[in-house]
Ligand binder design. Structure first.
Ligand code: SF4
Length: 435
């Protein structure tokens, strides 16, 4: 029993899972719970802290309420940090980083207690916290007048420069957009709120921003180039050429200063070869979102229409011949298998389905990774219950057990693995790696 005298349902559940599945560390369990439920901040916690990097809304909203609702709740919430690191407390928790998903109704609260920033759950203090520091290069200005935080924001405690070069998706409307995704709605709400939010980023802005980062920063090690799908043309180019131009320009200018990753469609093998040979892309993320074929068709109707489940999975496997299997890291959105009305009703059925996909890829030395589903209110799936914590703890265990069964190395481009070291902030898969 970790949290002994708490009446909190959430802490009791953490206790139960910690005793039933003891080889998943407590820190990882807490992190998954905060990610699935979101977090809130007391007003003084955000007023007292300084020198931290606020949320840049780098692609999706990743909040459990709309910006409008946040504003109603209190303007100060619009300045919440990108990431929080918790550590210490009565259980001497190892430093663990989570991405901030705002939810004014969350049981998790960042507040000030005895002059210190802490994370609490329904009145029980769990740990001390600090916030993602603002990097020095964020103060540099670009010739276009745009800010670095909009053009080349950093995540994962500064490890990853995240370039959403196209902030919309040409999968359009309910019949095409992935049903859990709010990219197009988030773009609209950010613009409505008067924020600088560039739809298509200029290569010149990006190279200039990266020049500042190159000059002033030694923490960032990887770059992600991503954005929505391009089904027709964008600035006169198809999807491969559109994303390729950014990779090529970055590699030509900075060579191997950063590991370059692209999160794009599952391309045919010839196009993958172009990404690697012409663009110098190191890591390829053809995200399959969900393994179950029936649910893929329902939840990813655009991907189904333009590529199809079978072809998508086949292309992932074929891309490993181009990049090397260790450099193909497709993402899935953990928890959407349990979304209603079409998803699984039972946790174990959901984990079993997802684990089939893990085995399929890991047996081929391809290591899928996952983000934690955030129930964004403007996504088509809309308001519903978040998957139970038990699902996430069981998933972490099966993910790590399968990885160990096939003796796969830690994925490149994610920083150091392991408890107390991992920086990946939207799920705990890196925290639970043991080697
Ligand atoms: S492909 Fe799907 S998940 Fe990706 S941006 Fe488009 S709608 Fe969102």
């Amino acid at each position: 029993m970790v949290f002994q005298q708490s009446d909190s349902y959430y802490l009791k559940e953490i206790n139960r899972l910690n005793s039933e599945i003891p080889d998943i560390p407590l820190e990882a369990v807490i992190k998954q719970d905060v990610l699935r439920l979101g977090v809130r901040f007391s007003k003084d916690s955000l007023c007292v802290a300084s020198g931290y990097k606020p949320k840049d809304y780098f692609i999706f909203s990743f909040d459990l309420v709309t910006l409008e609702d946040l504003k109603q709740e209190g303007e100060y919430l619009l300045h919440a940090p990108e990431e929080v690191r918790f550590f210490g407390g009565d259980h001497d928790l190892k430093p663990t980083i989570f991405s901030v998903r705002l939810n004014p109704a969350s049981p998790y609260l960042v507040e000030i207690h005895s002059g210190q920033l802490v994370l609490s759950c329904e009145g029980t203090i769990l740990a001390e916290v600090d916030f993602h520091p603002v990097p020095e290069f964020y103060n540099s200005t670009l010739k276009s007048g745009k800010t670095i935080s909009q053009i080349a924001p950093v995540l994962e405690w500064g490890y990853l420069v995240y370039l959403t070069v196209f902030r919309l998706c040409q999968y359009w409307g309910r019949d095409e957009e992935c049903q859990f995704c709010d990219i197009n709605e988030n773009y609209r709400q950010q613009r409505k709120a008067g924020r600088e939010y560039t739809g298509v980023k200029q290569i010149e802005d990006i190279l200039e921003a990266l020049g500042h980062i190159h000059e002033k920063d030694s923490v960032s090690k990887a770059i992600t180039i991503t954005g929505g799908s391009v089904t027709s043309r964008l600035t006169g180019k198809d999807e491969v050429d559109f994303y390729l131009q950014y990779a090529r320009a970055i590699k030509e200018t900075f060579q191997d200063r950063w590991i370059v990753k692209t999160v794009v469609e599952a391309f045919k093998q010839d196009d993958c070869r172009r990404l690697k040979e012409e663009g110098g892309v190191d890591i390829y993320h053809p995200n399959y979102e969900i393994w179950d074929e029936r649910l893929f068709k329902i939840l990813c109707p655009g991907k189904q229409r333009y590529v199809g489940w079978e072809e998508w999975m086949k292309r992932i496997v074929e891309s490993a011949e181009v990049f090397g299997p260790q450099n193909v890291i497709p993402n899935f959105v953990a928890g959407v298998e349990l979304s209603q009305p079409d998803g699984f009703k039972d946790i174990d059925d959901a984990v079993a389905s997802t684990s089939q996909g893990l085995d399929y890829f890991m047996s081929r030395s391809i290591l899928p990774r996952f983000t934690t589903w955030c129930l964004e209110p403007l996504a088509h799936l809309g308001k519903q219950d978040t998957p139970p914590l038990e699902y996430y703890v069981k998933l972490l265990k099966v993910w790590r057990d399968t990885m160990e069964k096939y003796q796969l190395p830690s994925p490149p481009g994610y920083g150091e693995p392991g408890l107390g070291k991992a920086v990946f902030s939207v799920s705990a898969f890196m925290d639970v790696i043991r080697h």
